[in-house]
Design a protein around this ligand. Structure first.
Ligand code: ASP
Ligand code: MG
Length: 428
């Protein structure tokens, strides 16, 4: 058994889907699970439609464009176009119906019902193409395989039941199973999602349940780099990474692997390979359990859209475990992912990912208990395996708001302007 994952960029167009079929047809008749994301930027498109709906604007045009784009790919790819069109039409109708409902439930609930549809379309189209290419395959519904709690948009997986269901679904089948990443269901039978870019995590869950020795993530880059080539001029491919380094890089925003992916793999010592979708002969990066690698280059991770929140208890009491506990609880309740914290006797600063949908309610609840200040549009730069001379240079250069370092990781928070004008030039 093998598990492959193909991201949105790999299946963004007809050529991508043909290439996917070419790659999977090379696996020597071994059963294969392929986990697929929504095509190209369709998750963003669905988010936009939902945003329009929630702000009382018409989503019709965006919906029609979305539908047209998908059907266009089908027309180019599949000879019996009418058959796939019929297959997809019921899902398009469902999507349109949901978006048009008069009464909406919470944003997060509707998000999962609507945004999850991107993966339904991509997998149905890919499966239709596999049938056409005479690859023995079936379409599997991740909404029946993966069970989560009710935490819409960031649902937590109930591992034991999920493992049982996956095992049952894959026994006695030797072909290629096409399954959606990112989406799942809860006990109520409603669709949930695992968080943006969560398809990697789905692949890891399947690998864990099926005890495979390796998962491959096919990407539009050659492997894991020490910095994002879209931001930095000079970058290096890292051929081997430990689970620990992979988690640290992913957690601080290296957009190469979803941070939750590593845990199930690490538990069963399953290797993760990140390989090029365009150049499958290249080795890419292998993430595996290994001793500390002394020769790792410094890695640079840039996370934008951060907010720095500083809190002081209103009654001027110490920022002790109780007060910090309260702050953490409120942050978790309003779904703000924490990236950095720092405290003094009476103050507590925390850098979080800005979560548009919940920021207002977060600030309101925090303001009940704490005096607070916040700065939006900050950039968090994390340097793993840093070079001391470089961070001294950074220290002299910036009016940073927050800085922290331990033996292997250095982090600094600054405004977007400082990042672009001061830091980036010295790093490039
Ligand atoms: N389609 C989802 C997203 O774009 C999940 C994924 O691609 O992993 O976030
Ligand atoms: Mg993706």
């Amino acid at each position: 058994m093998k598990v492959y994952k193909f991201g949105g960029a790999s299946v963004k167009d007809v050529n991508g889907i043909r290439n996917l079929a070419k790659i999977v047809s090379k696996t020597d008749r071994e059963p294969l699970m392929i986990v697929v994301s929504a095509m190209g930027k369709s998750t963003n498109a669905l988010e936009r439609m939902l945003g329009l709906r929630f702000s009382g604007h018409s989503f019709k045009e965006a919906f029609e464009t979305f539908k047209k784009q998908h059907l266009h790919i089908c027309r180019e790819l599949i000879s019996d176009f009418e058959k796939v069109k019929k297959l997809l039409n019921s899902d398009f109708d469902l999507l349109e119906y949901r978006l048009g409902l008069k009464e909406l439930m919470s944003y997060d609930y509707e998000y999962d019902q609507i945004v999850s549809m991107g993966e339904i379309f991509s997998t149905k189209i890919i499966h239709a193409y596999m049938e056409e290419s005479r690859l023995e395959s079936r379409w599997l519904d991740a909404r029946q395989l993966i069970l989560t709690d009710d935490n819409y948009r960031a649902a937590r997986v109930q591992l034991e039941k999920t493992v049982d269901t996956i095992r049952e679904a894959s026994s006695n089948y030797n072909g290629i199973s096409v399954v959606q990443g990112f989406i799942a269901h809860n006990e109520l039978g409603n669709t949930t999602t695992l968080g943006r870019e969560g398809s990697d995590y789905t692949a890891a869950l399947l690998a864990y349940a099926l005890d495979v020795s390796e998962v491959t993530i096919w990407k539009d880059v050659d492997g894991v780099y020490n910095a994002d080539p879209k931001i930095f001029e000079k970058t290096k491919l890292i051929p081997e990474l430990s689970y620990r380094d992979a988690v640290e890089l992913a957690f601080y925003g290296a957009s190469i692997i979803h941070p939750k992916t590593i845990q199930p793999l690490q538990k069963k010592k399953i290797n993760l390979r990140v390989r090029s979708f365009y150049y499958p002969e290249k080795l890419g990066t292998t993430v595996a359990s290994k001793k500390k690698n002394e020769n790792l280059p410094s890695s640079f991770i840039v996370k934008k859209n951060q907010v720095l929140i500083s809190l002081v208890p209103r009654d001027f009491s110490f920022m002790d475990a109780e007060n910090m506990g309260l702050a953490f609880q409120i942050l978790a309740k309003h779904q703000h992912h924490i990236n950095l914290i720092q405290n003094s006797a009476i103050s507590f600063s925390v850098c979080v990912d800005f979560n548009h949908a919940h920021f207002h309610s977060l600030i309101q609840e925090l303001a009940d208990k704490f005096e607070l200040r916040y700065n939006e549009n900050q950039v968090l730069v994390t340097i793993r395996h840093y070079d001391v001379a470089l961070i001294e240079k950074i220290y002299d250069l910036l009016r940073f708001k927050l800085e922290q370092r331990n033996r292997s990781t250095y982090q600094v928070l600054m405004s977007e302007e400082e990042f672009e004008l001061k830091l980036l030039p010295i790093l490039n």
